[in-house]
Ligand binder design. Structure first.
Ligand SMILES: [Zn+2]
Length: 413
């Protein structure tokens, strides 16, 4: 067996002929001159055989690294003249047009980035982290180019922070499929308007029958405006969060007024107050019950909060409404300002809160898109720009399977 034949088999260069090879950079890199076995030059878009205009310049593609040896492929691609697409570079079987990495390297970059931090993926693939995110960005942009949202019936809108909580983005989910369909910079009305105006047709907007969002006016108003047929459900998580904050407000107020002895009694309450009835231990519940004597205001707020939890388990609209009315009266009677503010919030969004009984819709549906996004965010420890964040969201939770769209050519890795 000759050297080139051995190399072809070893590197699994199917349908590719090796014309030369040499080790460079102190044997760290293996450069290989290649030539595809082919029948004329074809257009990368329509796959038609086209006349060659000229031989372009020598180009190189980074391939996978094997046992610490980086493989680089060299070839002189032809410029062709396609009757439909004009003058373009011929289709190359191992890489996408104008890509600098081979399909199989792209495949590895994507599948590794899906399961591990980019830094670790870059280390394994022996490339710099910036090159890796560059490759990733090119693949995702290429695969998602011209992609249209389809079959959106249940919409979810949420804001998410990135760049260490200093910047915000708006995320739009398809809650039936638990996937992310769109990400946009900012969390205001312009951002969400942009989604409805550019991504959906009027027919698609009228097709949306259910929607979930937080209580931000920008989102609720935009959904009402663009999707007149949609029933809006305020996301449960956000409502519970608002209630917990109201309870915590009471705790903070009391803390301020207490002396050293009194503070001892309410120490460590912050987490305890936020816990749901199902996650508390018996002794924790007993401790909270004892507050009735030591600090009745915190106790009153906590009892209200715990009672509110029943709302989520109602099946009938009438009984849920009766419960909510009774609860609101009790909360107003408590004479706790932060609880009264919360009742105000409830009243303002009443119509969109009660819809939960009809359909318990939440943005945390399915596998918990949000939880996964949090992991992605932590993994990259603070994104500097939205692009790299969006890339990872689309890679792990997007409505297009990125990895499946990378052609199988040379993919045997
Ligand atoms: Zn063409």
């Amino acid at each position: 067996m000759g050297n080139t034949k051995l190399l072809t088999k070893l590197l699994r260069l199917k349908n590719i002929k090796i014309t030369w090879f040499e080790f460079r950079n102190r044997d760290k890199e293996l450069h290989i001159g290649v030539k595809p076995y082919k029948n004329g030059c074809r257009c990368p878009t329509c796959n038609r055989r086209c006349p060659i205009v000229r031989h372009a310049t020598n180009r190189s593609w980074t391939d996978v690294t094997i046992l610490g040896r980086k493989i680089v492929l060299w070839y002189v691609p032809r410029d062709i003249n396609c009757p439909t697409h004009g003058r373009v570079q011929e289709a190359i079987p191992w890489a996408a047009p104008y890509a600098r990495a081979t399909y199989r390297l792209e495949y590895l970059v994507c599948s590794f980035s899906k399961v591990m931090p980019q830094k670790a993926a870059a280390e394994i693939l022996k490339m710099s982290a910036s090159t890796l995110s560059d490759v990733l960005h090119r693949v995702i942009t290429r695969v998602r180019r011209g992609h249209k949202i389809r079959g959106l019936v249940t919409l979810g809108v949420d804001e998410i922070s990135y760049c260490k909580g200093r910047k915000f983005a708006t995320i739009v989910y398809d809650l039936d499929r638990s996937v992310v369909v769109w990400v946009g910079l900012g969390k205001g009305r312009e951002t969400i308007d942009k989604f409805f105006n550019t991504e959906l047709s009027e027919y698609q907007r009228l097709n949306i029958t259910w929607a979930s969002s937080d209580m931000s006016r920008a989102y609720t108003e935009a959904i009402k405006h663009h999707c007149p047929k949609a029933k809006l459900v305020i996301d449960r998580f956000h409502l519970v969060k608002a209630l917990n904050e109201a309870v915590d407000e009471v705790r903070k107020e009391e803390w301020r007024d207490l002396d050293v002895e009194g503070r001892k009694a309410v120490r460590g309450l912050r987490w305890l107050l936020g816990m749901g009835p199902s996650t508390r231990t018996k002794s924790q519940t007993r401790f909270l019950n004892d507050l009735r004597k030591s600090n009745s205001r915190i106790h009153r707020a906590w009892v209200l909060k715990d009672e509110f939890d029943h709302f989520w388990s109602y099946n009938y609209l009438a009984s849920a409404e009766a419960f909510l009315k009774k609860w609101m009266t009790a909360a107003l009677k408590s004479r706790i300002p932060s609880m009264r503010t919360f009742v105000g919030t409830l009243k303002a969004h009443y119509a969109n809160i009660i819809t939960f009984i009809e359909r318990p819709l939440t943005n945390a549906v399915g596998e918990g898109v949000n939880r996964i996004l949090k992991i992605v965010k932590n993994r990259a420890s603070g994104f500097r720009n939205l692009d790299s964040f969006t890339d990872l969201i689309f890679l792990t939770k997007g409505d297009v399977d990125i990895v499946a769209h990378i052609p199988a050519g040379l993919r045997s890795v």
